[in-house]
Design a binder for this molecule. Structure first.
Ligand code: ADP
Length: 569
C-alpha cells in the first residue's frame, strides 16, 4: 500500500508542479518524502509500527490542512482520511493509539464547526472540487485504501482464527497421544507388578515345604552332623523367604498398593520384642545390643501399623548387626512430644560398624543398591531393605536421617507421630503371641486339614504329629464339607485353592451347616496368595482367621494355642 501511495504521490508531485497551488505542492512533497522515509525504515528494520506512525502523521496533516487551508470545507476526501486514520491506527497499532489518532483526526472537524457555525459550514463535496479529475483520483484511491486495509485485516484475522483452531486440534491430538502413552506405561507397570506377585506366590508354595520340612527334621532329634546341615538348609530357606517378601513389599510400595493397618498396639512391647528377638544375633557376633526405652512409653497404646514398624526396625537393627564386627549396637526410643491426641516417638539405631561414605549415602536408599559391590560377597543382602524402609517411613509422613563416618559407625534416626489409642483398642493377640512357646496342652484339639498338595499334607502330618495333635485330612473342599458334617472338629485348617470345591465355598457350606448348632468349628485359611484384599475376602466368606504360606510353624502353633484357650473357656 505504501509503494502504491509513493507512486501516486510522485505522480501528484509532477502534476502539482506543472499546474497546482504552492500549498498543494508543499503538501504532496512532504507526503512523498515521509512515505519514502517510512518505507525505508520498514525495509531496513522490518518493524511496521514507526512507519504506521509516519503514515498516520501524514494523514492527520492532510486532514488539518484540507479543512483549514485547502478546501476550507469538510470534503469527502477529508472524511476518507479520518476513516483511514482511525482504521490504520486501530488495525496496525493498538486500542489506545486507535483512540488517540481517531480523536486527533476528528478534532479539526469539531473545531471547524465550532468556528464557523453549523449553518455556514460547507461540508462534503463542493461542485467545483468534484469536477477536478485529481480530486476524483484521490477520492477513489482513498476508497481503495480503505477496502484494501479492511480486506487484509480480515484475512489476517481469519488466518489467526484458523491457526488457533489448528493449534487446538494439535493440542488435542498431543493430549490423546500422551494419554495413550500414560496408559501403556501404566499397563506395563501393572504387568510387571502382576508378574512379580504371581512369581512370588509360585515360589512361596514350594518354599513352604522346604521351611516346614527342615523345621520338622530339626525337631526330630537329628544326628549332630545332620543338624548342622539342616540349620544351613533352614537358614537359606528363611533368607530366600525374606528376599521374596522384600521383593513383594517393594513391588507393592512401588505400585502404591501397600495399605497401612490402623490397629491399637503398645510400641514399648513391640520394641521389647525386637530387642529380645535380635539380641541373640548380636550375641552370636559378640556385640552388645543395648535398648534405651523411654519409661513414659511403657503404658501408652497407639493406633498404627505395628507390622510396618517392626519391619523398619528389623531392617535398621539387622543392618547394624550385619555391618558391625566389634563394639555395640544401640536402639533408643524416646517420647519427644505428647498431647491428649497424639504422641511423637524418636527412634535412633546406632552402631560402631564399617560406616557409610559421603557418596555412598546418596545411593543406598535406591532399590537394589549396596554401598559397594564387595558388600554382597561379604555380607549378602539384596539392597532392598533401606529402599523399603524409606518408603515405609514416607507412608508414616516421616523421613530418615543418616549420620555416618567410615570406620567409626552409623546412626539412623527418624520420628513417627502416632494417634493415641484407648486400652480397649489393643487386641490381646499381640500380647499373647510373645508366649507362643509356652507349654500349653493342645493335644486334645480335633483338627481337620483340607489340603490338596501332597507335599503340604506330608508337612502338616509331621508338624501336627510333632505337637501330638490328632488330625484328619480332606483332599478338597467338598470332601472337607462332607467330613465336617459327619464329625465335629474344633479347628479346620482350610487351603483356599483346591480342586472340586475351593476353600471359600467349602467354608461357607460348613458355616451354614453349623448355623443352628450350639457350637461351630473355627476355620483358619491357609493361603500362599499375597493379594492385598485377601484378608477382606477371607472375612467376607466368614472364616475366622488366616495363616499365610509359607507359614512359620511357630506362628501356626501360636494360633492353635490362642484358639485352644478360647475354645476351652
Ligand atoms: P542390604 O542390607 O540388603 O544390602 P539395604 O538397602 O538394607 O540392603 O542397605 C543398602 C546398603 O547400605 C548396604 O548394602 C550397605 O552397604 C549400606 N548400609 C546399610 N546400613 C548400614 C550400616 N548400619 N552400616 C554400614 N553400611 C550400611
Amino acid at each position: 500500500m505504501m509503494y502504491l501511495t509513493l507512486v501516486f504521490g510522485l505522480i501528484l508531485t509532477v502534476v502539482y508542479a506543472i499546474n497546482g497551488s504552492p500549498l498543494q505542492l508543499i503538501r504532496i512533497v512532504i507526503l512523498t518524502g515521509a512515505i519514502t522515509y517510512g518505507l525505508r525504515q520498514l525495509i531496513l528494520y522490518s518493524d511496521y509500527k514507526p512507519s504506521a506512525h509516519i503514515v498516520l502523521a501524514i494523514i492527520n496533516m492532510l486532514v488539518w490542512t484540507n479543512i483549514f487551508l485547502v478546501a476550507n470545507a469538510i470534503s469527502i476526501v477529508t472524511v476518507q482520511y479520518i476513516l483511514l486514520s482511525s482504521t490504520i491506527s486501530f488495525y496496525f497499532l493498538n486500542g489506545r493509539w486507535g483512540i488517540f489518532y481517531s480523536l486527533l483526526s476528528l478534532f479539526p472537524v469539531i473545531l471547524y464547526f465550532s468556528l464557523n457555525g453549523i449553518n455556514d459550514s460547507a461540508a462534503f463535496i463542493s461542485g467545483q472540487q468534484a469536477s477536478e479529475p485529481i480530486f476524483i483520483a484521490v477520492m477513489m484511491f482513498n476508497f481503495f485504501q480503505l477496502i484494501f486495509i479492511n480486506y487484509h485485516f480480515l484475512t489476517g484475522f481469519y488466518l489467526a482464527l484458523s491457526q488457533l483452531e489448528k493449534a487446538r486440534k494439535d493440542e488435542e491430538e498431543l493430549n490423546e497421544q500422551l494419554r495413550e502413552a500414560i496408559s501403556r506405561a501404566e499397563n506395563s507397570s501393572k504387568a510387571k507388578s502382576d508378574f512379580l506377585s504371581t512369581m512370588s506366590h509360585e515360589l512361596r508354595t514350594p518354599l513352604n515345604s522346604v521351611i516346614g520340612m527342615s523345621y520338622v527334621l530339626l525337631a526330630d532329634n537329628p544326628r549332630e552332623d545332620q543338624a548342622g546341615n539342616l540349620k544351613v538348609l533352614h537358614f537359606s530357606a528363611e533368607s530366600l523367604l525374606a528376599l521374596i517378601n522384600d521383593i513383594l513389599d517393594f513391588n507393592k510400595l512401588d505400585y502404591g498398593k501397600l495399605e497401612m493397618e490402623k490397629i491399637g498396639f503398645y510400641p514399648a512391647e513391640l520394641i521389647g520384642r525386637i530387642h529380645s528377638g535380635l539380641k541373640y544375633q548380636a550375641d552370636e557376633k559378640g556385640l552388645s545390643f543395648s535398648l534405651d526405652l523411654d519409661d513414659n512409653l511403657s503404658y501408652i497404646p497407639v493406633i498404627g501399623d505395628p507390622t510396618r514398624l517392626l519391619q523398619i526396625l528389623f531392617n535398621l537393627v539387622g543392618n547394624a548387626i550385619k555391618f558391625t564386627s566389634k563394639g555395640e549396637i544401640g536402639l533408643s526410643v524416646q517420647l519427644i512430644d505428647s498431647d491428649p491426641e497424639n504422641v511423637t516417638l524418636a527412634f535412633t539405631v546406632k552402631d560402631t560398624g564399617i560406616g557409610i561414605s559421603a557418596e555412598q549415602k546418596e545411593t543406598i536408599f535406591e532399590p537394589f543398591t549396596q554401598a559397594s559391590s564387595n558388600i554382597t560377597r561379604k555380607f549378602g543382602g539384596s539392597g532392598l531393605g533401606l529402599a523399603i524402609t524409606k518408603q515405609l517411613l514416607d507412608l508414616h509422613d516421616s523421613h530418615i536421617e543418616l549420620k555416618s563416618e567410615v570406620g567409626l559407625g552409623t546412626t539412623f534416626k527418624f520420628e513417627i507421630k502416632y494417634k493415641r489409642a484407648g486400652t480397649a483398642d489393643v487386641t490381646v493377640n499381640s500380647l499373647m503371641e510373645a508366649n507362643v512357646l509356652a507349654n500349653e496342652d493342645i493335644t486334645w484339639l480335633n483338627i481337620l486339614v483340607a489340603e490338596d498338595n501332597a507335599m503340604n499334607i506330608l508337612l502338616m502330618k509331621k508338624l501336627l504329629a510333632s505337637w501330638d495333635v490328632k488330625a484328619d485330612f480332606a483332599l478338597n473342599g467338598l470332601e472337607a464339607y462332607e467330613m465336617a458334617k459327619e464329625k465335629f472338629y474344633d479347628i479346620i485348617l482350610m487351603d483356599i485353592h483346591m480342586p472340586v470345591m475351593d476353600g471359600y465355598e467349602s467354608s461357607k457350606k460348613i458355616i451354614s451347616f453349623y448355623e443352628d448348632k450350639p457350637e461351630s468349628p473355627y476355620i483358619i485359611a491357609l493361603t500362599a496368595s499375597v493379594a492385598n484384599d485377601i484378608y477382606n475376602k477371607i472375612k467376607l466368606a466368614g472364616l475366622n482367621d488366616y495363616v499365610s504360606k509359607p507359614f512359620n510353624p511357630t506362628e501356626l502353633k501360636s494360633k492353635l494355642i490362642n484358639l485352644s484357650r478360647l475354645i476351652s473357656k
